[in-house]
Design a protein around this ligand. Sequence first.
Ligand code: PLP
Length: 385
Amino acid sequence: MSTGQIYQLATAERKQQNRFRQLRPLATTGGAEISLDGERKLINFASNDYLGLTKHSELKRRAIEFTEKYGVGLGSSRLVSGNLNVFEQIERKIAQFKGTETSLLLPSGYQTNATVLAALGRKRTLLASDHENHNSITTGIQLSQGDWQRYSHNDLGHLETLLRKSADSAKWIVSESVFSMDGDLSDVTALSKLATKYDAAVYIDEAHATGVLGSEGRGLSYDANGVDIAMGTFSKAFGSFGAYIACSNVMRHYLVNFCSGLIYSTALPPPVLGAIDAALDVIPSMNEERARLLEKSETLRNQLNKLGFSTGNSQTQIIPIIVGTDAEALSLASYLEECAILAPAIRPPTVREGEARIRVSLTAVHTDEHIDQLLSSLRRWKASG
Ligand SMILES: *Cc1c(COP(=O)(O)O)cnc(C)c1O
């Protein structure tokens, strides 16, 4: 087999398993609607723009203001000449928002997990990671020199066993606060208590909580004491791009010296910094939007359950409709698309075997009519057997 054929075969296998993924051109049409392949409009239940900030006037205005002032790029890594003075201002704002000593801005959430965890996992370091953690977390741990152990999803007993058995000199507990595929929560306070008992540290990924949960959208680590590193993205509820680490001065100094994703990557561009800066001003005041979003989510879950659909342990705006096989998830997704609804099928390896699903993300811009249309389509699907 030639080199090229090896990759062709691997891709063909994905197709055979109903696991082929494809990029499709789309255009946003404002609000919660989207047009796919230049054709019909669909209701978009596939976006993480939870508060509708991607098109917020103040975010756009400040992105333009920063572009006019500083240009569209910074030309090098922050450690070389890219550390525009606004980084420090924004990092102070983030620290204040998260209630931590300091913070560190990094390029994307993926890059943050992949390179911060790689830096934290030194030799003789336990990295105890929840089984359902995001791919970027697993990548970071695999890149590290630490001792990778996974505990069953949200299983504190299993986690405690790993901590008790560990002979490593440094120990980290790594978990998301809101899990991205199930929309369920970890018990951040309980994780912190376990960490104290075993002299471990806690790393919490708040990608889906930042802006949505906790007092004024500050995430679940804000109200729980004892989180050493809270990581979050500006690419979901914050509406733009980039990520942060909220931590102590000690951790920040360490990461500036050891985190490859900061050291060897170009600084975030000014328009993105403008959008982040504005979102930090806007997000705390959106309590009403947050409350309504969580209320709508609860109502939708209840109605889905009444129709006989399993929504797993979801407690948030991320609502899985778990159907089982890959083929069934794909067929439901394409049925929904015929009904002008975009809600993606999520299949292994992203989720466990036999738990293929449709993943619905609700946002503040979905109307009752959008949700009713989703429910009536699903009702017809159920009725048709
Ligand atoms: C989306 C996501 C990331 C990656 O963030 P990006 O800013 O999109 O790169 C990391 N962790 C979790 C849990 C996520 O869902």
